[in-house]
Design a protein around this ligand. Structure first.
Ligand code: GLP
Length: 249
């Protein structure tokens, strides 16, 4: 159930839903419409716990014949580096487990966490994104520190896909996914702000109490330059979908 729709600045829409399930349903409706309008959509996809429910709902809708991905293709935002794609914590593994193993997507790409040369892999990925014409519909989550993809808070932001050192905050936040005997990568390959900004439409999902503070900052009417997600206030078409918990009730 949608509780509230607010226009933030000129271009950002904020939609508050009652529950996490409502957020996932609302977002899934956007995918159904998008793929009907443009079957050959280029999707940008995210990982993390936030989009898991959306992916589950997209699988359900695919199985019930409501959505068809056969002409679509996708690019994931980021991947740990170094990591083997078969590692249970790689984003490659995550995407297969939650989405790609169950739908009929034409083609999907994820930065290769096991590439020998990280910079060459970033350049290759950027060229693939450009060759596909950029992203039509970009899905984003947000880190508790405001990162989008793995574009970490900084005084400057790379436009293109790049190799980045993760902040202590992101390493700590993601440590919950790694067993104590597993090596947790401290760097990643991520799409840059430029490629995210070239996306025609962006959906940002913010759910759960842990995101209350960062959501407040995003909507307080200022562009905090140390919060990468705030840059989205300058994009022409962003929809932020939150649950009540992330909106502070
Ligand atoms: C991760 C990813 C982001 C994601 C964010 C939030 O590490 N790199 O793309 O949006 O952190 O994750 P979660 O949804 O688990 O809070």
């Amino acid at each position: 159930m949608t509780l509230l729709l607010v226009q933030i600045g000129r271009n950002m829409k904020k939609i508050v839903c009652e529950t996490y399930e409502d957020v996932c349903n609302h977002a899934a409706d956007i995918y159904v419409r998008q793929l009907k309008e443009k079957p050959e959509t280029v999707l940008g996809l995210a990982t993390g716990s936030t989009p898991v429910g959306l992916y589950k709902e997209l699988v359900r809708r695919y199985k019930s014949g409501e959505i068809d991905f056969s002409n679509a293709q996708s690019f994931n935002l980021d991947e740990y580096y170094p990591i083997d794609p078969s590692h249970s914590q790689s984003y490659d593994y995550f995407m297969r487990k939650h989405l790609f193993d169950y739908i009929n997507i034409g083609k999907f790409q994820i930065p290769n966490g096991s590439a020998e040369d990280a910079n060459a892999e970033c350049a290759r990925y950027e060229a693939e994104l450009d060759a596909a014409g950029g992203i039509d519909l970009m899905l984003l989550g947000i880190g508790v520190n405001g990162h989008i993809g793995f574009n970490e808070p900084s005084v400057s932001y790379s436009l293109e896909t790049h190799h980045i050192n993760l902040t202590e905050s992101s390493i700590a936040a993601n440590s919950r996914f790694f067993n104590s005997d597993e090596h947790q990568p401290t760097t990643a390959l991520t799409m840059g702000i430029g490629q995210i900004f070239k996306s025609k439409k962006i959906i940002l999902l913010i759910t759960g109490e842990a995101k209350v503070d960062i959501a407040k900052k995003l909507f307080d009417g200022k562009i905090h330059t140390d919060i990468p997600a705030c840059l989205l206030l300058l994009h022409p078409d962003v929809t932020v979908i939150l649950d009540k918990a992330a909106n502070g009730g």
